[in-house]
Write a protein that binds this ligand. Sequence first.
Ligand code: SAH
Length: 343
Amino acid sequence: MPLTEETLLGKSVEELTTWVKQQGQPAYRGKQLHQWLYQKGARSLTEISVFPKALREELKDYPIGRSSIYHCSVAPDKTRKYLLQLEDGLIIETVGIPTAKRLTVCVSSQVGCPMSCDFCATGKGGYERNLSSAEIVDQVLTVQEEFQERVSHVVFMGMGEPLLNTKEVVKAIKILNQDMGIGQRSLTVSTVGVKKKILELAHHKLQVTFAVSLHAANQSLREKLIPSAKFYPLPKLLADCRKYVEITGRRVSFEYILLGGVNDLPEQAIKLAKCLKGFQSHVNLIPYNPIEEVDYRRPNADSINSFSSILEEQNIAVTVRYSRGLEANAACGQLRAMLAQKE
Ligand code: SAH
């Protein structure tokens, strides 16, 4: 279990009010504490200047639940990749991605990942544990503090498989939304698909963007790329996605990493279009970012364009998403791997 479970970060205003009362303080200090934790991003109770001096002194070592920055690397496109050190010493990746109108944070939901997708650097590094909701929210607060700018969007596309940690991920979504004021539609949960978990998430009826990493439109290729797909056949996954749309009223986005000569052929685009026909969906094509451990290659611009055009001709909404921050090794699990080599 995460060591930070009992930290102040992660608690609601009601829970914080109970906590301040337990410290012998009046109830209104709960609201103050809430504001300092989630709006001002306090790192220690001594910073809370509206608290009496004696109280600040008494609680100065009380754990709030903030990580420390272990490493930061900045790409020329201003994307910043952080390695954050948790209370138990483990390291996670968080990326801050600024654009003209947005500041997006790519958060981790686990330390490492057990899914072992063949093209993914995180999967090669093994799995340690789930993150607590506080550890997820901390990543957003850290990027906000570092950029000195309000975070507008959060994507659960860092380390880990969010649907293996649904309870804490849903809790974090609620905190980001209700306590930090980020609209649910500006939050994206990305999953490779975990049996039963898509419908479990649907029943929370969140308004977040829901993305499924598909990567192949046939079962045998999908199993090669994503070993866990063996336990969740494509027809069942797609049926659950359709139910997700019915239950939540939100469309599903499908992510499709493009691996040259592996899943980027025209007939594979036609097969993908067939799978998604009549579906309220959107496809994000992600040209592969090379990682050291495997031999895939990024397709050239012509095959990316023709794959995308075939989908468009079939009336499927499609965008090509290039990863930001490649120069900072910020794409997908790479910075941690690079530092691990050095150590
Ligand atoms: N486990 C979740 C979220 C983490 S990965 C999921 O799989 O959806 C977030 C996205 O980054 C996924 O679509 C994943 O397939 C993609 N990704 C992983 N490694 C990549 C690489 N080397 N190049 C491009 N995209 C990659």
